[in-house]
Design a binder for this molecule. Structure first.
Ligand SMILES: Nc1nc2c(ncn2[C@@H]2O[C@H](COP(=O)(O)OP(=O)(O)OP(=O)(O)O)[C@@H](O)[C@H]2O)c(=O)[nH]1
Length: 245
């Protein structure tokens, strides 16, 4: 919650994901690039990995969301995640190999201790709720607080994802009081219609974050504040790889 309050440039995105109809909607809250930083890109960065943690109540569809992206499949049978699971997805960004390590955590209370041990070091936190079960939206704040507690302040991008839009009983979350509580903290509302584009955006942001961190931690390399040629070039490169940007 403190993360929500302290970030004044949050974006909210609504995307659908599912196979037959526009079944899953994804609502995204995303802190804008934390600082306007122009980075000197280095050629010797090598392989980069960013950690994405997916949290939320049991049965909301975390595994399904990840499987839709990583395996392009959808399974109607429910198999509870035991503890944690993870997938590695490879990207290439501005010619550099880049991996997203996506951690699928169990929503069941009895596994929470195990799962929370994996929250640390998350560049991205994706909080999932079920559009057909308003309580799961209510619980997202707690999930987020738990995940943020294990990470440095302002070190993670946050996304909010609503699933199961295809179900007739889906609640009109956009007008629900609970979501309004969240929306008042946001500056932007965007909508997306594609899971791959969503994860591509996640990858782009995580990549950017890891570059910034790397530069900040490397002696002799300067992070420059403000507008500059390099940041323009960088943005363009992202557009080339991620049409959704
Ligand atoms: N109709 C519909 N069903 C969905 C959708 N997404 C997930 N499901 C179903 O919801 C059930 C739970 O999905 P999971 O992805 O296993 O849920 P989870 O959040 O990973 O659950 P835990 O591992 O227990 O935390 C499964 O039966 C899925 O098939 C969706 O968009 N539409």
């Amino acid at each position: 919650q403190s993360k929500f309050r302290s970030t004044n440039k949050l974006k909210f995105t609504y995307l659908p994901v599912c196979p037959k109809r526009d079944t899953i909607s994804i609502l995204r809250m995303q802190a804008e690039s934390p600082k306007a930083i122009c980075c000197i890109l280095r050629e010797d960065l090598g392989m980069k990995i960013s950690k994405v943690v997916v949290v939320g109540d049991l049965y909301v569809g975390k595994t399904s969301l990840i499987n839709r992206f990583c395996k392009d499949n959808f399974d109607r049978d429910y198999k509870a995640t035991i503890g944690v699971d993870f997938e590695m997805e490879r990207f290439e960004i501005i010619g550099m190999p880049y991996n997203l390590q996506i951690w699928d955590t169990a929503g069941q209370e009895k596994f929470k201790c195990i799962a929370s041990a994996y929250y640390r070091g998350a560049e991205v936190i994706i909080t999932v709720f079920d559009l057909a079960d308003i309580q799961t939206l209510d619980h997202t704040k707690q999930w987020l607080e738990d995940a943020l507690r294990e990470n440095e302040p302002d070190s993670s991008f946050i996304f909010l994802v609503g699933t199961k839009k295809d179900l007739d009983c889906s609640v009109p979350v956009l007008s629900s009081g609970l979501l309004t509580d969240v929306l008042v903290m946001l500056d932007h509302l965007l909508m997306w219609e594609n899971v791959k584009e969503f994860f591509s955006r996640v990858a782009a942001l995580a990549f950017e974050q890891s570059m910034i961190k790397e530069l900040e931690n490397t002696p002799g390399h300067r992070a420059q504040i403000g507008e500059g040629n390099l940041i323009s070039k960088w943005s363009f490169a992202f557009c080339m790889h991620f049409p959704c940007l």
